[in-house]
Design a protein around this ligand. Structure first.
Ligand SMILES: *[C@@H]1O[C@H](CO)[C@@H](O)[C@H](O)[C@H]1NC(C)=O
Ligand SMILES: *[C@@H]1O[C@H](CO)[C@@H](O)[C@H](O)[C@H]1NC(C)=O
Ligand SMILES: *[C@@H]1O[C@H](CO)[C@@H](O)[C@H](O)[C@H]1NC(C)=O
Ligand SMILES: *[C@@H]1O[C@H](CO)[C@@H](O)[C@H](O)[C@H]1NC(C)=O
Ligand SMILES: *[C@@H]1O[C@H](CO)[C@@H](O)[C@H](O)[C@H]1NC(C)=O
Ligand SMILES: *[C@@H]1O[C@H](CO)[C@@H](O)[C@H](O)[C@H]1NC(C)=O
Length: 505
Protein backbone atom coordinates (compact mmCIF):
# COMPACT_ATOMS: atom_id res chain seq x y z
CA UNK A 1 0.00 0.00 0.00
CA UNK A 2 2.70 2.47 0.92
CA UNK A 3 4.40 1.93 -2.36
CA UNK A 4 1.28 2.61 -4.32
CA UNK A 5 0.28 5.60 -2.30
CA UNK A 6 3.66 7.21 -2.41
CA UNK A 7 3.91 6.64 -6.11
CA UNK A 8 0.75 8.47 -6.80
CA UNK A 9 1.10 11.12 -4.19
CA UNK A 10 4.69 11.73 -5.14
CA UNK A 11 3.53 13.05 -8.46
CA UNK A 12 0.99 15.44 -7.13
CA UNK A 13 3.38 18.07 -5.91
CA UNK A 14 5.12 18.40 -9.25
CA UNK A 15 2.67 20.63 -11.03
CA UNK A 16 -0.36 19.37 -9.35
CA UNK A 17 -2.24 22.46 -8.33
CA UNK A 18 -4.90 22.05 -10.96
CA UNK A 19 -6.51 18.98 -9.53
CA UNK A 20 -6.37 19.89 -5.93
CA UNK A 21 -9.83 18.74 -4.87
CA UNK A 22 -9.16 15.23 -6.09
CA UNK A 23 -5.79 15.02 -4.41
CA UNK A 24 -7.22 16.24 -1.17
CA UNK A 25 -10.09 13.83 -1.43
CA UNK A 26 -7.77 10.95 -2.04
CA UNK A 27 -5.50 11.93 0.80
CA UNK A 28 -8.52 12.12 3.06
CA UNK A 29 -9.68 8.70 1.98
CA UNK A 30 -6.26 7.26 2.53
CA UNK A 31 -5.91 8.84 5.94
CA UNK A 32 -9.35 7.75 7.04
CA UNK A 33 -8.56 4.23 5.96
CA UNK A 34 -11.32 4.00 3.41
CA UNK A 35 -9.07 2.10 1.08
CA UNK A 36 -9.09 -1.52 2.19
CA UNK A 37 -5.79 -2.85 3.38
CA UNK A 38 -3.55 -4.70 0.99
CA UNK A 39 -0.84 -7.23 1.71
CA UNK A 40 2.42 -5.35 2.13
CA UNK A 41 5.05 -5.50 -0.52
CA UNK A 42 7.86 -7.86 0.54
CA UNK A 43 11.36 -6.44 0.85
CA UNK A 44 13.47 -6.53 -2.34
CA UNK A 45 10.30 -6.33 -4.43
CA UNK A 46 8.52 -3.61 -6.31
CA UNK A 47 4.76 -3.77 -6.23
CA UNK A 48 2.51 -1.93 -8.61
CA UNK A 49 -1.20 -2.38 -9.05
CA UNK A 50 -1.08 -5.96 -10.25
CA UNK A 51 2.58 -6.48 -10.96
CA UNK A 52 5.19 -7.66 -8.53
CA UNK A 53 8.81 -7.61 -9.50
CA UNK A 54 11.47 -9.13 -7.30
CA UNK A 55 13.95 -9.30 -10.15
CA UNK A 56 17.71 -9.15 -9.64
CA UNK A 57 17.72 -9.31 -5.86
CA UNK A 58 19.97 -12.34 -5.33
CA UNK A 59 17.07 -14.14 -3.66
CA UNK A 60 17.83 -17.75 -2.83
CA UNK A 61 14.46 -18.38 -1.24
CA UNK A 62 11.17 -16.95 -2.27
CA UNK A 63 10.00 -13.88 -0.41
CA UNK A 64 7.40 -14.81 2.11
CA UNK A 65 3.87 -13.49 1.86
CA UNK A 66 3.78 -12.35 -1.74
CA UNK A 67 0.53 -10.45 -2.30
CA UNK A 68 -1.92 -12.67 -4.08
CA UNK A 69 -3.49 -9.91 -6.18
CA UNK A 70 -0.68 -10.08 -8.71
CA UNK A 71 -1.32 -11.01 -12.31
CA UNK A 72 2.36 -10.82 -13.16
CA UNK A 73 5.19 -11.94 -10.94
CA UNK A 74 8.79 -11.46 -11.99
CA UNK A 75 11.43 -13.41 -10.08
CA UNK A 76 14.10 -13.37 -12.79
CA UNK A 77 17.83 -12.88 -12.14
CA UNK A 78 17.87 -14.37 -8.68
CA UNK A 79 19.49 -17.40 -7.13
CA UNK A 80 16.52 -19.75 -6.77
CA UNK A 81 17.39 -23.45 -6.89
CA UNK A 82 14.20 -25.40 -6.45
CA UNK A 83 10.53 -24.87 -7.02
CA UNK A 84 8.81 -26.40 -4.06
CA UNK A 85 5.19 -27.30 -3.74
CA UNK A 86 4.81 -24.81 -0.93
CA UNK A 87 6.58 -21.96 -2.69
CA UNK A 88 3.69 -19.66 -1.92
CA UNK A 89 1.54 -19.69 1.16
CA UNK A 90 -1.72 -19.16 -0.66
CA UNK A 91 -2.70 -19.86 -4.28
CA UNK A 92 -2.34 -17.12 -6.86
CA UNK A 93 -5.77 -17.21 -8.40
CA UNK A 94 -5.08 -14.34 -10.76
CA UNK A 95 -1.50 -14.84 -11.76
CA UNK A 96 -1.21 -15.10 -15.54
CA UNK A 97 2.50 -14.48 -16.05
CA UNK A 98 5.30 -15.96 -14.01
CA UNK A 99 8.91 -15.15 -14.91
CA UNK A 100 11.54 -17.39 -13.35
CA UNK A 101 14.28 -16.94 -15.93
CA UNK A 102 17.95 -16.50 -15.01
CA UNK A 103 17.90 -18.46 -11.81
CA UNK A 104 19.62 -21.73 -10.92
CA UNK A 105 16.53 -23.88 -10.78
CA UNK A 106 17.48 -27.52 -11.23
CA UNK A 107 14.56 -29.12 -9.50
CA UNK A 108 10.85 -28.70 -9.77
CA UNK A 109 8.79 -30.64 -7.33
CA UNK A 110 5.80 -32.42 -8.69
CA UNK A 111 2.68 -30.25 -8.42
CA UNK A 112 4.76 -27.14 -7.72
CA UNK A 113 2.59 -25.17 -10.09
CA UNK A 114 -0.77 -26.14 -8.71
CA UNK A 115 -0.72 -22.86 -6.78
CA UNK A 116 -0.96 -20.95 -10.05
CA UNK A 117 -3.85 -22.53 -11.95
CA UNK A 118 -4.56 -19.47 -14.11
CA UNK A 119 -1.09 -19.17 -15.55
CA UNK A 120 -0.89 -18.37 -19.26
CA UNK A 121 2.81 -17.62 -19.64
CA UNK A 122 5.61 -19.34 -17.78
CA UNK A 123 9.24 -18.46 -18.36
CA UNK A 124 11.83 -20.90 -17.01
CA UNK A 125 14.59 -19.91 -19.44
CA UNK A 126 18.25 -19.87 -18.46
CA UNK A 127 18.01 -22.23 -15.53
CA UNK A 128 19.66 -25.57 -14.89
CA UNK A 129 16.96 -28.07 -15.65
CA UNK A 130 18.31 -31.37 -17.00
CA UNK A 131 15.23 -33.48 -17.18
CA UNK A 132 11.55 -32.76 -17.40
CA UNK A 133 9.94 -35.25 -15.09
CA UNK A 134 6.54 -36.68 -15.59
CA UNK A 135 3.72 -34.34 -14.46
CA UNK A 136 6.18 -31.56 -13.70
CA UNK A 137 3.76 -28.97 -15.03
CA UNK A 138 0.61 -30.54 -13.67
CA UNK A 139 -2.10 -28.07 -12.76
CA UNK A 140 -1.23 -25.66 -15.56
CA UNK A 141 -4.29 -26.50 -17.58
CA UNK A 142 -4.61 -23.01 -19.05
CA UNK A 143 -0.97 -22.44 -19.88
CA UNK A 144 -0.50 -21.18 -23.43
CA UNK A 145 3.18 -20.38 -23.60
CA UNK A 146 6.14 -22.08 -21.96
CA UNK A 147 9.74 -20.90 -22.29
CA UNK A 148 12.49 -23.35 -21.43
CA UNK A 149 15.25 -21.76 -23.51
CA UNK A 150 18.85 -22.21 -22.42
CA UNK A 151 18.56 -25.02 -19.90
CA UNK A 152 20.39 -28.35 -20.12
CA UNK A 153 17.37 -30.48 -20.84
CA UNK A 154 18.44 -33.80 -22.34
CA UNK A 155 15.44 -35.85 -21.46
CA UNK A 156 11.72 -35.33 -21.52
CA UNK A 157 9.96 -38.05 -19.56
CA UNK A 158 6.71 -39.49 -20.88
CA UNK A 159 3.84 -37.50 -19.45
CA UNK A 160 5.93 -34.40 -18.77
CA UNK A 161 3.35 -32.31 -20.53
CA UNK A 162 0.24 -34.15 -19.51
CA UNK A 163 -2.32 -31.77 -18.08
CA UNK A 164 -0.87 -28.85 -20.05
CA UNK A 165 -3.45 -29.34 -22.75
CA UNK A 166 -3.95 -25.69 -23.73
CA UNK A 167 -0.29 -25.18 -24.55
CA UNK A 168 0.23 -23.46 -27.89
CA UNK A 169 3.83 -22.30 -27.90
CA UNK A 170 6.75 -24.24 -26.50
CA UNK A 171 10.34 -22.98 -26.62
CA UNK A 172 12.94 -25.67 -26.04
CA UNK A 173 15.74 -23.90 -27.88
CA UNK A 174 19.35 -24.21 -26.68
CA UNK A 175 19.03 -27.41 -24.72
CA UNK A 176 20.63 -30.84 -25.08
CA UNK A 177 17.89 -32.89 -26.66
CA UNK A 178 19.13 -35.72 -28.85
CA UNK A 179 15.78 -37.01 -30.01
CA UNK A 180 12.68 -35.31 -31.28
CA UNK A 181 10.04 -35.19 -28.49
CA UNK A 182 7.33 -37.00 -30.40
CA UNK A 183 5.62 -37.90 -27.11
CA UNK A 184 4.58 -34.29 -26.87
CA UNK A 185 2.21 -34.85 -29.77
CA UNK A 186 1.27 -38.41 -28.98
CA UNK A 187 0.30 -37.99 -25.34
CA UNK A 188 -3.51 -37.96 -25.38
CA UNK A 189 -3.60 -35.78 -22.26
CA UNK A 190 -0.86 -33.49 -23.56
CA UNK A 191 -1.08 -30.33 -25.63
CA UNK A 192 -3.74 -30.69 -28.31
CA UNK A 193 -3.23 -27.32 -29.90
CA UNK A 194 0.51 -26.95 -30.05
CA UNK A 195 1.13 -24.68 -33.01
CA UNK A 196 4.68 -23.57 -32.30
CA UNK A 197 7.62 -25.69 -31.21
CA UNK A 198 11.15 -24.35 -31.11
CA UNK A 199 13.84 -27.05 -30.98
CA UNK A 200 16.67 -25.04 -32.47
CA UNK A 201 20.19 -25.26 -31.00
CA UNK A 202 19.79 -28.75 -29.64
CA UNK A 203 21.63 -31.98 -30.44
CA UNK A 204 19.16 -33.69 -32.73
CA UNK A 205 20.80 -35.85 -35.36
CA UNK A 206 17.86 -37.80 -36.70
CA UNK A 207 14.29 -36.73 -37.25
CA UNK A 208 11.09 -38.75 -37.51
CA UNK A 209 10.54 -37.54 -41.06
CA UNK A 210 7.22 -39.23 -41.60
CA UNK A 211 5.72 -37.81 -38.40
CA UNK A 212 7.08 -34.37 -39.22
CA UNK A 213 5.41 -34.47 -42.61
CA UNK A 214 2.01 -34.67 -40.97
CA UNK A 215 2.79 -32.56 -37.88
CA UNK A 216 4.20 -29.63 -39.79
CA UNK A 217 0.85 -29.11 -41.46
CA UNK A 218 -0.53 -27.83 -38.16
CA UNK A 219 2.50 -26.45 -36.38
CA UNK A 220 5.60 -24.38 -36.93
CA UNK A 221 8.49 -26.62 -35.90
CA UNK A 222 11.86 -24.90 -35.70
CA UNK A 223 14.85 -27.21 -36.08
CA UNK A 224 17.71 -25.02 -37.25
CA UNK A 225 21.19 -25.36 -35.75
CA UNK A 226 20.96 -29.03 -34.96
CA UNK A 227 23.66 -31.51 -36.09
CA UNK A 228 21.19 -33.26 -38.40
CA UNK A 229 22.50 -36.18 -40.44
CA UNK A 230 21.99 -35.51 -44.08
CA UNK A 231 20.20 -38.57 -45.46
CA UNK A 232 17.69 -39.16 -48.22
CA UNK A 233 14.70 -38.78 -45.94
CA UNK A 234 15.92 -35.46 -44.54
CA UNK A 235 16.76 -34.16 -48.01
CA UNK A 236 13.25 -35.07 -49.15
CA UNK A 237 11.75 -33.28 -46.17
CA UNK A 238 13.78 -30.10 -46.62
CA UNK A 239 13.05 -29.92 -50.36
CA UNK A 240 9.37 -30.39 -49.67
CA UNK A 241 9.28 -27.74 -46.94
CA UNK A 242 11.01 -25.29 -49.24
CA UNK A 243 8.51 -25.97 -52.01
CA UNK A 244 5.74 -25.42 -49.46
CA UNK A 245 7.43 -22.21 -48.33
CA UNK A 246 7.25 -23.52 -44.79
CA UNK A 247 8.16 -20.51 -42.64
CA UNK A 248 10.42 -22.22 -40.08
CA UNK A 249 12.60 -23.48 -42.92
CA UNK A 250 12.46 -20.46 -45.22
CA UNK A 251 13.38 -18.09 -42.40
CA UNK A 252 16.26 -20.18 -41.04
CA UNK A 253 17.49 -21.99 -44.12
CA UNK A 254 21.14 -21.28 -43.39
CA UNK A 255 20.78 -23.01 -40.04
CA UNK A 256 20.61 -26.41 -41.73
CA UNK A 257 23.81 -28.30 -42.49
CA UNK A 258 22.08 -30.46 -45.06
CA UNK A 259 22.55 -28.11 -47.99
CA UNK A 260 24.68 -27.72 -51.12
CA UNK A 261 27.65 -30.07 -51.16
CA UNK A 262 26.31 -32.07 -48.24
CA UNK A 263 23.32 -33.01 -50.36
CA UNK A 264 25.46 -33.95 -53.36
CA UNK A 265 27.58 -36.27 -51.24
CA UNK A 266 24.54 -38.24 -50.20
CA UNK A 267 23.78 -40.47 -53.13
CA UNK A 268 20.06 -40.85 -53.08
CA UNK A 269 18.81 -39.14 -56.18
CA UNK A 270 18.24 -40.90 -59.41
CA UNK A 271 20.10 -39.24 -62.27
CA UNK A 272 16.99 -38.76 -64.39
CA UNK A 273 14.89 -37.48 -61.55
CA UNK A 274 16.00 -33.89 -61.71
CA UNK A 275 15.12 -33.44 -65.38
CA UNK A 276 11.49 -34.45 -65.29
CA UNK A 277 9.19 -31.47 -64.93
CA UNK A 278 6.55 -31.91 -62.28
CA UNK A 279 2.92 -31.38 -63.06
CA UNK A 280 -0.05 -31.68 -60.80
CA UNK A 281 -2.16 -34.64 -61.87
CA UNK A 282 -5.87 -35.24 -61.36
CA UNK A 283 -7.57 -38.55 -60.72
CA UNK A 284 -11.14 -39.58 -60.19
CA UNK A 285 -12.38 -42.84 -58.73
CA UNK A 286 -15.78 -44.21 -57.81
CA UNK A 287 -16.38 -45.01 -54.15
CA UNK A 288 -15.26 -48.56 -53.34
CA UNK A 289 -12.92 -48.83 -56.33
CA UNK A 290 -9.16 -48.84 -56.22
CA UNK A 291 -6.75 -46.32 -57.67
CA UNK A 292 -3.00 -46.23 -58.29
CA UNK A 293 -1.27 -42.88 -58.33
CA UNK A 294 2.34 -42.82 -59.57
CA UNK A 295 4.69 -40.41 -57.83
CA UNK A 296 5.05 -37.39 -60.15
CA UNK A 297 8.45 -37.21 -61.76
CA UNK A 298 9.56 -40.60 -60.52
CA UNK A 299 10.42 -42.86 -63.43
CA UNK A 300 11.56 -46.45 -63.60
CA UNK A 301 13.69 -48.04 -62.34
CA UNK A 302 13.72 -46.60 -58.86
CA UNK A 303 17.04 -46.63 -57.12
CA UNK A 304 17.52 -49.15 -54.37
CA UNK A 305 16.92 -47.69 -50.93
CA UNK A 306 15.09 -44.58 -52.05
CA UNK A 307 12.25 -43.86 -49.65
CA UNK A 308 9.14 -42.28 -51.11
CA UNK A 309 6.77 -40.50 -48.74
CA UNK A 310 3.22 -39.59 -49.51
CA UNK A 311 1.44 -36.84 -47.60
CA UNK A 312 -2.26 -37.62 -47.81
CA UNK A 313 -5.18 -35.52 -46.60
CA UNK A 314 -5.21 -37.34 -43.28
CA UNK A 315 -1.80 -38.85 -42.69
CA UNK A 316 1.66 -39.52 -44.12
CA UNK A 317 3.11 -42.84 -45.20
CA UNK A 318 6.21 -44.23 -46.90
CA UNK A 319 7.36 -46.90 -49.26
CA UNK A 320 9.76 -48.71 -46.95
CA UNK A 321 7.31 -50.30 -44.58
CA UNK A 322 4.00 -50.39 -46.35
CA UNK A 323 1.33 -52.79 -45.31
CA UNK A 324 -0.15 -53.74 -48.66
CA UNK A 325 -3.35 -54.95 -47.03
CA UNK A 326 -4.13 -51.52 -45.58
CA UNK A 327 -6.44 -49.06 -47.21
CA UNK A 328 -3.61 -46.77 -48.34
CA UNK A 329 -0.18 -48.10 -49.23
CA UNK A 330 2.93 -47.16 -51.18
CA UNK A 331 4.71 -49.63 -53.47
CA UNK A 332 8.51 -49.74 -53.44
CA UNK A 333 8.45 -47.92 -56.79
CA UNK A 334 6.70 -44.97 -55.17
CA UNK A 335 3.21 -45.61 -56.53
CA UNK A 336 0.42 -44.93 -54.06
CA UNK A 337 -2.48 -47.34 -54.00
CA UNK A 338 -5.91 -46.54 -52.60
CA UNK A 339 -8.08 -49.60 -52.04
CA UNK A 340 -11.80 -49.35 -51.52
CA UNK A 341 -11.84 -45.58 -51.96
CA UNK A 342 -13.96 -43.61 -49.51
CA UNK A 343 -15.45 -40.16 -50.02
CA UNK A 344 -13.09 -38.87 -47.30
CA UNK A 345 -10.11 -39.92 -49.41
CA UNK A 346 -10.72 -36.99 -51.73
CA UNK A 347 -8.07 -34.35 -51.53
CA UNK A 348 -4.55 -33.44 -52.42
CA UNK A 349 -1.81 -36.05 -52.23
CA UNK A 350 1.81 -34.99 -52.31
CA UNK A 351 4.73 -37.22 -53.19
CA UNK A 352 7.81 -36.35 -51.15
CA UNK A 353 11.10 -37.81 -52.31
CA UNK A 354 14.66 -36.58 -52.54
CA UNK A 355 14.88 -35.18 -56.05
CA UNK A 356 18.11 -33.29 -55.61
CA UNK A 357 16.78 -29.94 -56.75
CA UNK A 358 14.40 -27.19 -55.84
CA UNK A 359 11.13 -27.01 -57.67
CA UNK A 360 10.19 -24.08 -59.86
CA UNK A 361 7.21 -22.12 -58.73
CA UNK A 362 5.02 -23.61 -61.47
CA UNK A 363 5.91 -27.17 -60.56
CA UNK A 364 4.12 -29.33 -58.11
CA UNK A 365 4.59 -32.93 -56.98
CA UNK A 366 0.95 -33.36 -56.12
CA UNK A 367 -2.03 -35.35 -57.29
CA UNK A 368 -5.65 -34.37 -56.82
CA UNK A 369 -7.91 -37.26 -56.12
CA UNK A 370 -11.68 -37.08 -56.38
CA UNK A 371 -13.78 -39.90 -55.06
CA UNK A 372 -17.24 -39.99 -56.60
CA UNK A 373 -18.76 -36.56 -57.13
CA UNK A 374 -17.26 -34.98 -54.04
CA UNK A 375 -15.36 -31.78 -54.53
CA UNK A 376 -11.77 -31.51 -53.38
CA UNK A 377 -11.97 -29.63 -50.13
CA UNK A 378 -8.58 -30.02 -48.58
CA UNK A 379 -6.26 -27.12 -49.31
CA UNK A 380 -2.59 -27.25 -49.97
CA UNK A 381 -1.35 -26.77 -46.45
CA UNK A 382 1.51 -24.77 -45.21
CA UNK A 383 2.16 -21.85 -47.50
CA UNK A 384 -1.37 -20.56 -47.57
CA UNK A 385 -1.92 -21.25 -43.94
CA UNK A 386 0.99 -19.14 -42.81
CA UNK A 387 0.05 -16.16 -44.96
CA UNK A 388 -3.43 -16.36 -43.48
CA UNK A 389 -1.94 -16.28 -40.02
CA UNK A 390 0.06 -13.21 -40.84
CA UNK A 391 -3.01 -11.52 -42.13
CA UNK A 392 -4.83 -12.35 -38.92
CA UNK A 393 -2.03 -10.97 -36.79
CA UNK A 394 -1.90 -7.80 -38.81
CA UNK A 395 -5.61 -7.39 -38.56
CA UNK A 396 -5.64 -7.92 -34.79
CA UNK A 397 -2.88 -5.39 -34.36
CA UNK A 398 -4.70 -2.85 -36.48
CA UNK A 399 -7.94 -3.39 -34.60
CA UNK A 400 -6.21 -3.02 -31.25
CA UNK A 401 -4.55 0.20 -32.42
CA UNK A 402 -7.91 1.65 -33.38
CA UNK A 403 -9.45 0.61 -30.07
CA UNK A 404 -6.58 2.11 -28.13
CA UNK A 405 -6.82 5.42 -29.95
CA UNK A 406 -10.55 5.59 -29.34
CA UNK A 407 -10.10 4.80 -25.65
CA UNK A 408 -7.38 7.38 -25.24
CA UNK A 409 -9.55 10.02 -26.89
CA UNK A 410 -12.43 9.05 -24.61
CA UNK A 411 -10.20 9.52 -21.61
CA UNK A 412 -8.85 12.82 -22.80
CA UNK A 413 -12.17 14.40 -23.52
CA UNK A 414 -14.51 12.77 -21.06
CA UNK A 415 -12.41 12.98 -17.92
CA UNK A 416 -14.36 15.29 -15.61
CA UNK A 417 -11.31 16.84 -14.00
CA UNK A 418 -9.68 18.18 -17.13
CA UNK A 419 -7.32 21.03 -16.82
CA UNK A 420 -8.36 24.39 -18.05
CA UNK A 421 -7.07 25.64 -21.36
CA UNK A 422 -5.99 28.91 -19.80
CA UNK A 423 -3.09 27.19 -18.09
CA UNK A 424 -1.30 27.00 -21.40
CA UNK A 425 1.70 24.77 -21.98
CA UNK A 426 1.77 22.90 -18.71
CA UNK A 427 -1.85 21.96 -18.80
CA UNK A 428 -1.51 18.83 -20.90
CA UNK A 429 0.66 17.03 -18.45
CA UNK A 430 -2.00 17.74 -15.88
CA UNK A 431 -4.47 15.95 -18.07
CA UNK A 432 -2.43 12.80 -17.93
CA UNK A 433 -2.28 12.80 -14.18
CA UNK A 434 -5.88 13.76 -13.89
CA UNK A 435 -6.76 10.43 -15.36
CA UNK A 436 -5.32 8.75 -12.33
CA UNK A 437 -5.90 11.31 -9.63
CA UNK A 438 -9.50 11.97 -10.36
CA UNK A 439 -10.75 8.43 -10.57
CA UNK A 440 -12.30 6.42 -7.83
CA UNK A 441 -9.66 5.73 -5.19
CA UNK A 442 -10.33 2.04 -5.17
CA UNK A 443 -9.66 2.00 -8.84
CA UNK A 444 -6.65 4.20 -8.40
CA UNK A 445 -5.46 1.59 -6.01
CA UNK A 446 -5.33 -0.96 -8.74
CA UNK A 447 -4.24 1.53 -11.34
CA UNK A 448 -7.10 0.74 -13.63
CA UNK A 449 -10.31 2.01 -14.96
CA UNK A 450 -12.99 0.41 -16.92
CA UNK A 451 -14.25 1.42 -20.26
CA UNK A 452 -16.77 -0.44 -22.35
CA UNK A 453 -16.38 -3.48 -20.19
CA UNK A 454 -12.65 -3.59 -20.84
CA UNK A 455 -10.02 -2.70 -18.35
CA UNK A 456 -7.34 -0.23 -19.18
CA UNK A 457 -4.23 0.47 -17.16
CA UNK A 458 -2.49 3.78 -17.47
CA UNK A 459 1.06 4.03 -16.42
CA UNK A 460 2.80 7.04 -15.04
CA UNK A 461 5.37 8.65 -17.31
CA UNK A 462 8.97 7.61 -16.98
CA UNK A 463 10.42 11.01 -17.80
CA UNK A 464 8.88 14.13 -16.39
CA UNK A 465 9.08 16.12 -19.58
CA UNK A 466 7.50 13.66 -21.96
CA UNK A 467 4.07 15.14 -21.47
CA UNK A 468 2.54 14.32 -24.78
CA UNK A 469 4.05 10.93 -25.29
CA UNK A 470 2.41 9.86 -22.08
CA UNK A 471 -0.94 10.37 -23.63
CA UNK A 472 -0.01 8.30 -26.63
CA UNK A 473 1.24 5.25 -24.80
CA UNK A 474 -1.37 3.65 -22.64
CA UNK A 475 -0.82 0.02 -21.90
CA UNK A 476 -3.70 -1.82 -23.40
CA UNK A 477 -5.37 -4.92 -22.15
CA UNK A 478 -4.63 -7.06 -25.12
CA UNK A 479 -3.40 -10.54 -24.75
CA UNK A 480 -0.95 -10.60 -27.60
CA UNK A 481 1.16 -7.91 -26.01
CA UNK A 482 1.95 -10.11 -23.09
CA UNK A 483 4.09 -12.38 -25.22
CA UNK A 484 6.29 -9.46 -26.00
CA UNK A 485 6.31 -8.51 -22.37
CA UNK A 486 7.49 -11.87 -21.21
CA UNK A 487 10.22 -11.99 -23.80
CA UNK A 488 11.50 -8.56 -23.08
CA UNK A 489 11.75 -9.67 -19.53
CA UNK A 490 9.69 -7.06 -17.86
CA UNK A 491 10.81 -4.05 -19.82
CA UNK A 492 7.23 -3.58 -20.79
CA UNK A 493 4.38 -3.71 -18.40
CA UNK A 494 1.40 -5.74 -19.23
CA UNK A 495 -2.26 -5.41 -18.49
CA UNK A 496 -4.56 -8.38 -18.66
CA UNK A 497 -8.18 -8.83 -19.39
CA UNK A 498 -9.43 -10.30 -16.25
CA UNK A 499 -13.08 -10.40 -15.65
CA UNK A 500 -13.73 -8.65 -12.41
CA UNK A 501 -11.15 -6.85 -10.40
CA UNK A 502 -12.44 -3.55 -9.36
CA UNK A 503 -13.37 -3.83 -5.72
CA UNK A 504 -11.36 -6.68 -4.45
CA UNK A 505 -8.23 -5.00 -3.22
C1 LIG B 1 24.12 -13.34 -3.06
O1 LIG B 1 23.80 -14.08 -1.90
C2 LIG B 1 24.82 -14.99 -1.48
C3 LIG B 1 24.30 -15.73 -0.27
O2 LIG B 1 22.98 -16.03 -0.39
C4 LIG B 1 26.11 -14.22 -1.15
O3 LIG B 1 27.13 -15.12 -0.81
C5 LIG B 1 26.49 -13.41 -2.39
O4 LIG B 1 27.61 -12.61 -2.07
C6 LIG B 1 25.37 -12.53 -2.83
N1 LIG B 1 25.74 -11.85 -4.07
C7 LIG B 1 25.52 -10.56 -4.28
C8 LIG B 1 25.97 -10.02 -5.60
O5 LIG B 1 24.98 -9.87 -3.45
C1 LIG C 1 13.07 -35.73 -11.45
O1 LIG C 1 12.85 -36.83 -10.63
C2 LIG C 1 14.03 -37.34 -10.01
C3 LIG C 1 13.67 -38.60 -9.26
O2 LIG C 1 12.39 -38.50 -8.76
C4 LIG C 1 14.63 -36.27 -9.12
O3 LIG C 1 15.83 -36.74 -8.54
C5 LIG C 1 14.94 -35.04 -9.97
O4 LIG C 1 15.43 -34.00 -9.17
C6 LIG C 1 13.69 -34.57 -10.69
N1 LIG C 1 14.06 -33.52 -11.62
C7 LIG C 1 13.51 -32.30 -11.60
C8 LIG C 1 13.97 -31.35 -12.63
O5 LIG C 1 12.68 -31.98 -10.80
C1 LIG D 1 -7.92 -26.12 -29.25
O1 LIG D 1 -8.33 -25.17 -30.20
C2 LIG D 1 -9.70 -25.25 -30.53
C3 LIG D 1 -9.98 -24.26 -31.64
O2 LIG D 1 -9.17 -23.16 -31.55
C4 LIG D 1 -10.53 -24.97 -29.28
O3 LIG D 1 -11.89 -25.08 -29.58
C5 LIG D 1 -10.17 -25.99 -28.21
O4 LIG D 1 -10.85 -25.70 -27.02
C6 LIG D 1 -8.68 -25.97 -27.95
N1 LIG D 1 -8.36 -27.05 -27.06
C7 LIG D 1 -7.68 -26.87 -25.93
C8 LIG D 1 -7.42 -28.08 -25.11
O5 LIG D 1 -7.27 -25.78 -25.60
C1 LIG E 1 8.11 -45.56 -42.77
O1 LIG E 1 6.87 -46.03 -42.23
C2 LIG E 1 6.99 -46.91 -41.13
C3 LIG E 1 5.58 -47.38 -40.77
O2 LIG E 1 4.72 -46.29 -40.65
C4 LIG E 1 7.68 -46.20 -39.98
O3 LIG E 1 7.84 -47.08 -38.89
C5 LIG E 1 9.04 -45.71 -40.44
O4 LIG E 1 9.64 -44.96 -39.42
C6 LIG E 1 8.89 -44.83 -41.68
N1 LIG E 1 10.20 -44.48 -42.18
C7 LIG E 1 10.68 -43.21 -42.11
C8 LIG E 1 12.04 -43.01 -42.65
O5 LIG E 1 10.04 -42.30 -41.64
C1 LIG F 1 4.78 -49.87 -59.28
O1 LIG F 1 4.61 -51.19 -58.81
C2 LIG F 1 3.26 -51.68 -58.89
C3 LIG F 1 3.20 -53.04 -58.25
O2 LIG F 1 4.37 -53.72 -58.41
C4 LIG F 1 2.82 -51.70 -60.35
O3 LIG F 1 1.48 -52.14 -60.45
C5 LIG F 1 2.91 -50.26 -60.92
O4 LIG F 1 2.62 -50.26 -62.29
C6 LIG F 1 4.31 -49.71 -60.72
N1 LIG F 1 4.28 -48.32 -61.08
C7 LIG F 1 5.09 -47.76 -61.93
C8 LIG F 1 4.94 -46.30 -62.19
O5 LIG F 1 5.92 -48.44 -62.49
C1 LIG G 1 -22.57 -38.07 -59.66
O1 LIG G 1 -23.10 -37.18 -60.63
C2 LIG G 1 -23.87 -37.82 -61.64
C3 LIG G 1 -24.33 -36.76 -62.64
O2 LIG G 1 -23.39 -35.73 -62.71
C4 LIG G 1 -25.09 -38.51 -61.03
O3 LIG G 1 -25.82 -39.19 -62.02
C5 LIG G 1 -24.57 -39.50 -59.98
O4 LIG G 1 -25.67 -40.10 -59.32
C6 LIG G 1 -23.69 -38.82 -58.96
N1 LIG G 1 -23.15 -39.81 -58.05
C7 LIG G 1 -23.09 -39.65 -56.73
C8 LIG G 1 -22.47 -40.76 -55.95
O5 LIG G 1 -23.49 -38.64 -56.18
Amino acid sequence: MHTVASQFLGKTDVRGSCCHPAVVAMLLLLCLGFVPTVAPCPPHCLCASDIISCSGSNLSTLPFGLPSYATRLDLSHNALRTMQVAWVSQPFQRLTTLVLSWNSISQIEMAAFTATPRLLHLDLSSNQLRVLNSSVFSGLTELKELLLIGNQIAQIMPGAFSDVNSLQRLYLSANRLTSFPLGLFEDPTGPRNLTFLDLSYNRLSKLPVQSLLSLSRHAGIYLQENPLLCDCALIALLEYWLWKQYRPLVDFQVGYQCRGTAVREVNCTHQDLSDIPLEAQSYRVEPGDWLRVPCPGLGLPVQQGLIVFWVTPRTALNSSASDLRSHLSVFPNGTLEIQGALMEDSGIYECVVARGRYYDSGESPEARVRVGNSSVTSTTGLARRSSGEHFNTAFTTLASCVISIVLVLLYLYLTPCQCRESRGGGSRSCGARAIILCSDPREVESGQRRANGKRVAFLEPQAEDSDISVLKTPVMTLDHISTEGILKNGSRTVGHTLTDLAHEV
